[in-house]
Design a protein around this ligand. Structure first.
Ligand code: SF4
Length: 374
């Protein structure tokens, strides 16, 4: 059979959203970073396949959580949707329009409708600019308001995200991490967007502040009819806010499901292992539970394993097929898709987990050039 990693068995992105029109559609999206060698010739010696065949749909008004380990390509997916990176292949459709190859001029009016909230609320705010200038900057960039209108809008936005209006006259260093993230959110909202990519927006915050921020994201979504791609490395963080969750591994999507269904009934061995590490707030259950350890490190995206990319670490790996044939994303239940040949057998308990994690094959890494950070 054979298929691109992350491909689908005839299920279109739009169908996977239960009939609602998607705001964002990705079709076999790829983003490779070239690896160059040599000072003079600057030869192309390989690629870091940060995103390698992602097909997804994000429907209007929903929050799609995108999770996976560090370096799996989830942030690159978010930035590529916003066309901060030029895709290597595949298609990005935003509100019915193919934006994959649009030039900067044609993208400009669309950029107003797509915004980003970054992980590090300090690094993403210019420390020399006042909060008023930071939040109002997109309004000036897109020519959406006069100076006076922008000042009034900034005050409204600050109040909307729970900050005092006079915060406009202060500087980022005068605020806590949570407050700075609120400033970032106010800036993202300034152009009245339809779609926000929130890239690990609460990872740098204390747990108590995380809950406040997630509540604020939800409140703003309802108020402004926003659609979110909410990126996180922690499954516990995205559960509360996500309608659906997509799990990424090494540049591909391995499972997509409604959020509750994913937690109650994970099907992909990678998701099963991730969930086994999420703490349960019940000491009795937590004590009885077994955490599933994965073998080895995440392989290099410059030289990913053949066929199923997870086979070098999978606790359920089977001979031959896992190493010979790339699993496609299959719809196993309504809206629950998984890219594993043996998902049904694992779910039914017919395929048992190996006692010890399979030995990681170091040969897979031998020829891998050092990748740039993804
Ligand atoms: Fe991949 Fe095989 Fe593991 Fe399924 S069982 S995730 S196909 S290695």
């Amino acid at each position: 059979m054979g298929a691109d990693a992350g491909g689908r068995d005839g299920v279109t992105a739009a169908q996977s959203t239960n009939g609602a029109a998607p705001l964002v559609e990705l079709e076999n999206l790829k983003l490779y970073f070239p690896i160059k060698s040599g000072v003079v010739l600057d030869r192309h010696v390989g690629d870091v396949r940060a995103v390698d065949g992602v097909t997804l749909a994000i429907r209007r008004g929903e929050t799609l959580g995108l999770v996976g380990e560090s370096g799996c390509g989830k942030s690159t997916v978010g930035r590529t949707i916003l066309r901060l990176y030029k895709p290597t292949a595949g298609r990005i459709v935003f509100d019915g329009r193919d934006i994959t190859k649009l030039g900067e001029g044609a993208l400009r009016p669309l950029r107003r409708r797509m915004q980003m909230v970054f992980q590090d609320p300090f690094a993403s705010l210019n420390p020399r600019h006042s909060v008023g200038r930071i939040v109002g900057e997109p309004l000036r960039t897109h020519g959406l308001a006069t100076r006076r209108e922008a000042a009034a809008r900034v005050r409204d936005l600050l109040l909307t995200v729970g900050l005092p209006a006079d915060a406009a006259n202060r500087y980022p260093h005068e605020f806590s991490g949570g407050q700075r993230q609120r400033i970032g959110l106010a800036r993202a909202l300034s152009t009245n967007p339809d779609f926000i990519v929130a890239d690990e927006p609460v990872s740098a915050l204390d747990v108590s502040i995380q809950a406040q921020m997630i509540n604020l994201f939800e409140q703003l979504q309802e108020e402004f009819e926003l659609t979110y791609l909410f990126i996180a490395h922690d499954l516990a963080v995205v559960r509360h806010i996500s309608d659906r969750i997509a799990v990424m591994y090494l540049g591909t999507v391995v499972e997509v499901s409604p959020a509750d269904e994913l937690y109650d009934n994970p099907l992909h061995p990678y998701t099963i292992s991730l969930l086994s590490a999420v703490p349960i707030p019940d000491p009795v259950v937590e004590k009885q539970r077994e955490s599933i350890l994965l073998a080895g490190d995440v392989p290099s995206p410059a030289n990913p394993p053949s066929a199923c990319r997870f086979h070098t670490r999978c606790p359920y790996v089977q001979p031959t097929r896992c190493r010979d044939e790339a699993p496609v994303l299959r719809n196993l239940a309504t809206g629950h898709e998984v890219a594993c040949h043996w998902a049904e057998g694992i779910k039914a308990g017919e395929i048992k987990r190996h006692e010890l994690p399979p030995v990681f094959d170091p040969g897979l890494q031998e020829a891998a050039p050092e990748p740039p950070p993804v």
